[in-house]
Design a protein around this ligand. Sequence first.
Ligand code: HGY
Ligand code: MN
Ligand code: MN
Length: 408
Amino acid sequence: MSASFDALWSDLAPLGRDGTTGGYRRYSWGAADAEARAWFVEAATARGLDVRTDGNGNLWAWWGEPGDDAVVTGSHLDSVPDGGAFDGPLGVVTALAAVDELKRRGVRPRRPLAVTVFVEEEGARFGIPCLGSRLLTRTLSPERAAALSDADGVTWARAMEDAGLDPTGIGPDAALLRRVGVFVELHVEQGRALAPMGRPIGVASAVWPHGRWRMDFTGRADHAGTTRLADRRDPMLPFAETVLAARALAERHDAVATVGKVRVSPNGTNAIPSQVSAWLDARAPEEATLHAVVDGVADSAQRHADAHAVALTHTAESVTPVVDFPHQLRDRLATIVGDPGDPAPVLPTGAGHDAGVLAASVPTAMLFVRNPTGVSHSPEEHANPDDCHAGVTALADVLAELLNGGAG
Ligand code: HGY
Ligand code: MN
Ligand code: MN
């Protein structure tokens, strides 16, 4: 089993990795993404799986005929800018290695099995995370998706077309979704809960409510050297105050808030900016807390914008409600992947996943593989090979149980 994982892992690892930072730059429909998708199609086909692309560009590799009540597992291959090697790919590689393991064990599935790769999970290029699963489940309209554009103004539809796919078929696919009897996503742990417990595998209890809000601060461009301070309408100032306010509100409410993406126009050293666009990522254990933080940030941003005669627009780009994974399935998996008499730890996550989107439509569960440092969305992200192999065994055990009539 470990040889199968290691071979798949070493084939995928170089695709999309930046030689300077060591981080991954696999953005939907770009060249690196196309290489990763081609790698998946080849690896799945080599295992006798029948690979199909749905209308949204998600890949489904079927073991046997696509059918109803299928057991589906998978994750994503796209990355955040300079992301780590494991976020997404670990779920895809362990799924293919688990198929090898099931075949080695002689498992004869009594239900269809599919391995999936969902598109644009990170939303790094087009801004909406889990776009492929949101489209599939009608959580996001095809019209809105088709009009999304990247930093260069390329739309989702155009980028799909350039990648050789027909964008006219994007949108909900109720027939395909009805085929999914249960979805299980294995993912590298993001955060550091399993290491102190000394456990290699965990099971997700919940995904925190979270979202992304865009703030556009529009002031007046002017000369950095000749404009009196009293005459300025500098959008950088309310922006800066808002970043600090977001952090203070997150601390006060025991939540998390981040501004990791900013666009300054015209971005000149000696020019007062005309506009500063910033994206707030906020997350909290409960929805009321999340909204208290986000409302607080919006109020603060408006107050500081007014003080500098700067205009402000505040747009919710994607908001994901809390996900509480089905308890019986969750607990069944914790028993399967735990030790005899000692189920695996069950823990929430602040990270969003396609499993979190699908959970509203089909029975869904997640497995986590220990991340010794907890670091993610960074080239430093890591999971030990032994733990990755334990992830394959855990996923194979879960799939074997589900394929032959187990819970889910
Ligand atoms: O942002 C997230 O939580 C996930 O990595 N898409
Ligand atoms: Mn991620
Ligand atoms: Mn992920």
